[in-house]
Design a binder for this molecule. Structure first.
Ligand code: ATP
Length: 346
């Protein structure tokens, strides 16, 4: 069941968790990898651990990942040229597709063969490259669908309003909080079909948060989003990290990746070909090769370009990071006592 207290205004509300001093998740500068960074390297505190995950379409090896770990409480970007297998890997990890081989765990749970709704219940939710909001439902109805333990979902419960009404009211309250934070509250009763592409991305992200995820996977969250909303989305992603939520996202804009990612995993032809902190990974010859093989004009996000993006964002009046309006998307998770000491694993 959703922990509603995480959505309520906490004592820290009114300051930006992304910029407030002393945020344990933002300030954690401990190394992410155990030992040297590289394809398949072990992490100090992984939330996903995948082994031998393979998915073929006919003769094509869409995904062929020997070993990969996603670090907990961090923002990880999954990048790679078109057709590298990023979306297919998302589909496999979240139960929307089945692999030919392989196993993976999420937060210690074995997830191979687990259905998407069960994966979501365990705390791993995702958004899609092409948004899947329900156009013929209103925004608030879309939001309620994202909640767990949905009221009235069984016939006998639906006939007994006293069983589902309190839960529906609770879900509506959570949804309204999130709609305010995503600046969609005024559109509450409008059909989702009336939203712009960027607003649909915001709605899909807000709806994913209804499940109070431990990990949110965003498939190209910035694609098709106009610049005015880019700021808002980036703020939300950073604020998620500040609240202790792990973020894994696919993105093609390398300036965005350099701006917000703590860690970058690079795929090419189904495999993980490089991993590391953004600034180092972009210089890796394997990454340059992977991109040059597919795109001769790709911009791997020079430091100058990233600085320009950072300047533009800091001047953007729409930015809520560091302002009184920031609030928190989710109240911070309890401190992670198990992650204090580096875990040495084989
Ligand atoms: N259902 C499918 N049937 C056949 N081939 C598929 C299917 N889904 C994906 N593929 C192929 O698998 C490969 C990996 O596709 P995928 O969409 O995972 O790549 P991607 O890295 O997400 O690319 P992009 O950045 O363009 O979204 C591609 O060659 C794609 O054409």
């Amino acid at each position: 069941m959703t922990d509603t207290s995480r959505f309520a205004d906490s004592p820290a509300a009114g300051t930006s968790p992304a910029s407030a001093p002393g945020n344990q998740y933002m300030d954690d500068a401990r190394p992410i990898a155990v030992g040297t960074a590289g394809p398949g390297c072990a992490k100090r505190d992984p939330i996903i651990v995948a082994d031998g995950v393979r998915r073929t379409f006919g003769a094509l090896n869409a995904v062929d990942v020997e070993h990969v770990e996603i670090p907990r409480h961090k923002i990880t970007a999954l990048i790679g040229p078109n057709g590298a297998g990023k979306t297919t890997l998302f589909n496999l990890l979240t139960g929307f597709d089945s692999p030919n081989a392989g196993s993976w765990t999420f937060d210690g749970h074995d997830l191979a063969g687990v259905q998407p709704h069960r994966v979501a219940c365990l705390g791993m939710v995702r958004t899609f490259q092409l948004t899947k909001v329900m156009g013929k439902l209103t925004i608030i109805e879309n939001m309620r669908l994202g909640g767990q333990d949905h009221p009235g979902e069984s016939l006998w419960r639906s006939l007994l309003p006293w069983l589902w009404k309190p839960r529906e009211q609770e879900l509506t309250a959570i949804a309204d909080e999130l709609l305010i934070k995503f600046k969609l509250a005024e559109k509450r009763e409008e059909y989702a079909a009336s939203l712009s592409g960027g607003q649909r991305k915001l709605l899909e992200m807000a709806r994913a948060l209804m499940a109070d995820p431990k990990l949110i996977m965003l498939d190209e969250p910035m694609a098709g989003v106009n610049p005015a909303l880019t700021q808002s989305l980036l703020d939300h992603i950073k604020n998620l990290k500040a609240s202790g939520t792990t973020v894994l996202f696919v993105e093609h804009d390398m300036h965005v990746v350099r701006h917000i990612a703590d860690w970058v995993i690079v795929m090419a032809e189904g495999r993980v070909v490089a991993e590391g902190p953004p600034r180092e990974v972009m210089k890796d010859p394997a990454v340059i090769d992977a991109y040059l093989g597919a795109h001769h004009d790709v911009d791997l996000g020079t430091a100058g370009g990233t600085a320009q993006l950072e300047d533009a964002l800091s001047e953007d009046e729409e930015s809520v990071i560091g302002t009184e309006d920031a609030g928190e998307l989710l109240a911070p998770r309890a401190p992670d006592t198990t992650a204090d000491e580096p875990e040495v694993r084989p």
